[in-house]
Design a protein around this ligand. Sequence first.
Ligand code: ATP
Ligand code: DP6
Length: 419
Amino acid sequence: MAAEKWVYMVTAQTSPNIAVINYWGKRDEVRILPVNDSISVTLDPDHLCTVTTVAVSPAFDSDRMWLNGKEISLSGIRYQNCLREIQGRAGEVKDKERGIKIEKKDWEKLHLHIASYNNFPTAAGLASSAAGFACLVFSLAKLMNVDEDASHLSAIARQGSGSACRSLFGGFVKWRMGSKEDGSDSVAVQLADEKHWNDLVIIIAVVSSRQKETSSTSGMRKSVETSSLLQHRAKEVVPKRILQMEEAIKNRDFASFTQLSCADSNQYHAVCLDTSPPIFYMNDNSHMIISLVEKWNLSEGAPQVAYTFDAGPNAVLIARNRKVAVQLLQGLLYYFPPKSDTDMKSYVVGDMSILKEAGLDGENSVENLQPPPEIKDSIGSQDQKGEVNYFICTKPGRGPVLLPDQTQALLDPETGLPK
Ligand SMILES: Nc1ncnc2c1ncn2[C@@H]1O[C@H](COP(=O)(O)OP(=O)(O)OP(=O)(O)O)[C@@H](O)[C@H]1O
Ligand SMILES: C[C@@](O)(CCOP(=O)(O)OP(=O)(O)O)CC(=O)O
């Protein structure tokens, strides 16, 4: 290793994933091994993403990390487990042009600087820990020239946050719970890539972007300790649902997909209620959204929209195609209008083309919006209006990628400190 004060770094991007068959409950708290398999869809990083830059330099005298611009401690067991697992697999790195050579044995003496940024709310039930730990593990693996495939990396990301293992892939992803004690077979596998079912449109109603009261980690611990419904769900219900969901995804069978996703979300929140003391992640606005979607689906005779709620009140709505997504957005904006001083461009973010197709991108005021006939005829005109902070329009997206453009790096290439 040369004595020069070079900084060697890489930057990567990943996106959160949203469960359609939920992970809730661990059989091993330290290795993060679940009590059931789960299935998720990875979101499009063009709309929601984590960007992480990892750097190594002989000039660094300790491991440091900045999250969303603020320095945070890396001493927690989850960060330490990920760093140790990756370091144990580190290879040799050579950059002839810059005269950099790092041998395997050098890694344990070198220190890291890590900067990460989520372009969506952190710790608010939008899977920031999933995107965050997946990005951390993926970028470190690239930095340290780790020769492992995405499934092996997923088993490392899992030790940062269980659901993070699924963000190592794009499209539809299954986390196999595995049966080995050391967790080596508790890995994520891709069921279908993001192009497989590209009619789907995802609209997230961010009902609250505040930090939630009960973290997923402590919530699921309490559920394992106290909920008998959780035991029944893990043993009797989820194994069958997983097989059915795999079939539904393979055959792009939206009716089965919706039935399974909605039933699983509702059962997961029932487990939360069955926990002592009970955990309430959804609120009145979440319930209102469920009721609108259920009534609409019922009256259409065939499901148009699936929903799933994470560990928070935010609704993730999956529309069967763009036409339905446009109707859905119109309906949502009718029942959850922006406050009078809110600009539409900050009220609906992500894929703005849906807002445009809904005819609401320009001067047209949302106040003039009538409930879309498809929804109104189905559910009648409901006077009650609810509150949503904002909406995100997106779709299934790809897995992790490297961002080779140095201007996207979050650390300064000379100092290795946040830009
Ligand atoms: N970009 C990131 N890089 C590394 N760690 C992150 C990143 N973003 C979030 N985290 C970690 O994840 C924690 C938040 O996880 P938590 O499970 O509470 O919320 P969430 O993942 O947003 O919601 P949920 O898992 O319920 O959908 C943060 O406190 C931080 O430790
Ligand atoms: C409701 C969920 O989002 C739970 C996610 O839990 P986490 O992965 O955040 O929990 P830890 O493993 O303790 O970090 C469902 C899911 O994503 O499958």
